[in-house]
Design a binder for this molecule. Structure first.
Ligand code: NAP
Length: 270
């Protein structure tokens, strides 16, 4: 018996990177998976290829898959996405709020539209999807699981990425607040806080050996994480192995949250 046998999961931003790895890992654990993505038009070509390979892997594991295009920042899109999945499957047991974006600029130059866009996808999107999932979980009366893809920047500041850091900090209290509000009604809400993971979001350093070495020099474990290492934490939190865990953020970050600058005793020199 696999840990997620017969469960139905919806993974937002599941076309690539961490979300794609979560979709595949969930299927490996026995879950049927609906993959959400956003891009449309010409830019979606690559996305479609990646989604199609993820779908065929899910089918190879003997699970069902479906693909739902939606912008999680839009209430109407999110409601239509849930309606489509529920029409097809009649149930969702696990929601993964993974869709996320970032925009970089010194804060004095950050535009309001970029600030709002990051907050809209990362934080409002997570709220909108969580709300639809909770409505369904309550109506069905069999509980459910929500897992938010947060970041080490839930607690570590990130200069020049202000909206991203603000969105992930907000995700921390979204997780805790929903966990407390629904703990008595069979709904568990947790988060995962990845560190530096080799995904398309980080292609600026992933594809440049020098920049990658610089990134990795800051990580106590000495290397970037893989999407699969993060997906394993999601699978644990989604499963009954985590049945007594709610309101927590599990940092999977190679030690980044351990104040790496304190590796040497610089603050108390001889
Ligand atoms: P990624 O490779 O850039 O993938 C982002 C995913 O989000 C894509 O599937 C994308 O779909 C989707 N997306 C973007 N905007 C969307 C929208 N408005 N509606 C629906 N889907 C949307 O990123 P990643 O590195 O895997 O990151 C995934 C999550 O992990 C994010 O929340 C990120 O903050 C978090 N995280 C990542 C790292 C890291 O080092 N990579 C570290 C900590 C936390 P399209 O391709 O269709 O646009």
């Amino acid at each position: 018996m696999k840990r997620l046998d017969g469960r139905y999961a919806l993974v937002t931003g599941g076309s690539t990177g961490i979300g794609r790895a979560i979709a595949i890992r969930f299927a490996q654990e026995g879950a049927n998976v609906a993959i959400n993505y956003h891009s449309s038009g010409e830019e979606a070509e690559l996305t479609r290829e990646e989604v199609e390979t993820a779908c065929s892997t899910i089918r190879e594991y003997g699970c069902e898959e479906m693909v739902v295009q939606a912008n999680v920042a839009r209430e109407d899109d999110v409601q239509a996405m849930f309606a489509r999945v529920l029409d097809a499957w009649g149930r969702i047991d696990i929601l993964v709020n993974n869709a996320g974006i970032q925009k970089a600029a010194p804060t004095e130059d950050m535009s309001v539209s970029d600030y709002d866009k990051v907050l809209a996808v990362n934080l409002r999107g997570s709220f909108l999807c969580a709300r639809e999932a909770i409505r369904h979980f309550l109506a069905r009366g069999q509980g459910g699981v929500i897992i938010n893809d947060s970041s080490v920047h839930q607690i570590i500041p990130k200069p020049t990425f202000t909206p991203y850091a603000v969105s992930k900090a907000g995700m921390g209290n979204l997780t805790r607040t929903l966990a407390l509000e629904y703990a008595g009604r069979g709904i568990r809400v947790n988060a995962v806080g990845p560190g530096a993971i080799a995904t398309p979001m980080n292609k600026a350093w992933v594809e440049d050996p020098e920049k990658k070495a610089e990134v990795e020099s800051h990580i106590p474990i000495g290397r970037a994480g893989t999407p699969e290492e993060i997906a394993a934490v999601f699978a644990f939190l989604a499963s009954d192995d985590a049945s007594y865990i709610t309101g927590q953020t599990v940092y999977a970050c190679g030690g980044l949250t351990l104040y790496p600058d304190f590796r040497t005793a610089w603050s108390s020199p001889d």
